[in-house]
Design a protein around this ligand. Sequence first.
Ligand code: CTP
Ligand code: MG
Length: 558
Amino acid sequence: QRLPFRLLTCQGTVAADLRGGERPSGSVETGSEDKTPKKRFSELQQERREQAQRSVLIHCPDKISEKKFLKYLSQHGPINNHFFYESFGLYAVVEFCQKDSINSLQNGTVTPSLRTEAAIPFRSRFFNLKLRSPSNQTSEQSSVQPNNQSPPSSKKLLESLCYAESVDEQLNTLLRAWQLTEESTRLRYLTCSLVEDMAAAYFPGCAVRPFGSSVNTFGKLGCDLDMFMDLDHIGKLDSHKNAGKFLVEYQVKNVPSERIATQKILSVIGECLDHFGPGCVGVQKILNARCPLVRFSHQASGFQCDLTTNNRIALKSSELLYIYGALDSRVRALVFSVRCWARAHSVTSSIPGTWITNFALTLMVIFFLQRRSPPVLPTLDFLKTLAGAEDKCIIEGNNCTFVRDLNKIKPSENTETLELLLKEFFEYFGNFAFNKNSISIRQGREQNKPDSSPLHIQNPFETSLNISRNVSQGQLQKFVDLARESAWILEQEGVDHPSPSHNQPWGLAALLVSSLASGKSSSGKKRRRPASERVKSLLESIRGPSADANADGKRTLS
Ligand code: CTP
Ligand code: MG
């Protein structure tokens, strides 16, 4: 029987598993509140990686019957999970139960023959599905419900914040609206896995792993995808290989330094992505940066990707943030709100510069939570004391040891509300002695600043480095002014608006609408206009026609 799609030839018949993809839970993978025991970061990474290796990415016709689509693909083996999403066209992520199904699918796939251009015949796991006889099927109703990959618009978000019952609920609403969904996480791991296939053409056995906000539980829908190419396990000496009378080494080319080796590897992978990588566009090799990288857009997933190599410390810091995010449910809610607030007021930016980064803000929130009494979060030094022999980790001479089993860390006794913590956060950093002190989540207390940079936040593992070296005095001052202003707004709010209002931005919503932009000097002095009047004009500003300019969620809140 002739099947409705081109692209594939049948490989026998395997019972179709037409089970639809599990719907997005939107829940944190760590399941800090509801799931015990909590999973280790490495376990999760391994599971996700394996899942991605059984998955494919398919560009679909705009109108497609989900049932027929699944039936067709199931000929290559049972499907465990799938979902559709839109990004300049309709795409599907399909996870097979077995890896073998992908070979079967690839064996039945043809390389397109083009009339005016020539195709580079690279066999990837990214396919194009075409209808054999479009006219027959376009009349069919498309039964596909694409998953939404972007955050809600600013307007929608502000509305839902105004409908919340308390500031605590507002912070949790924002977290739910902005955190990565199950689908976005799957797509991130799959994108890394597709890049790994390309890198493996040169370095069989390498792994391309996501790190940063895609995996540390602080990622927001639409955030960039940081990935690193892990070559560490290739041919490294282990006791197994060291047995016997002889030792065999690979013949290799030598270069003067680790940095030059990194640059050479990334250069070649960058070329490879640029020339052969389906859907990889705008490839830039930024090899002279402190941490050399290749930046590119992965068109189909819509992710801006930064690929590095030799970056195990950054993966370790992602694991540390993952642990902090999982220890207490208030942590992520607070970090998301502070990040959102910072973006709304242009304290952070999507382009690199002298701004504070999201990573810096996250460490500031963690530090603040370590300073509460009793502390909400333990210090990194304390997590090190809980580590067992199996947790020991030294990377490039830096001690990166800390306990990795979340279940070994006692929950905090601190019961402060999110509302109080948010206000106190602004208060704390509005009055912090940035001129003298450095922020260290390792010790959990202020340290003397070792240099004159305006903002000093110690890198948790490479302790001689300042992760906010880029921040200018002007940008720091802007942060301080806004923090004071925001502490004050929250204070006044408590006085002016004893009960939440549905038609005026209040609480977190009042903090997010541009307030300084409406004419306050940056002297840090408190505003004289009554808060109720200010909030009214803020409401007008989000209700007015200008609000539509922000409706894509990009200008103020993304
Ligand atoms: N990193 C670091 N030192 C820096 C900057 C970054 O160690 N000065 C590491 C951190 O582990 C960080 C990761 O690199 O999480 C990725 O950096 P970046 O993309 O800037 O931050 P994210 O945490 O991914 O946040 P965002 O959502 O803004 O991308
Ligand atoms: Mg990032």
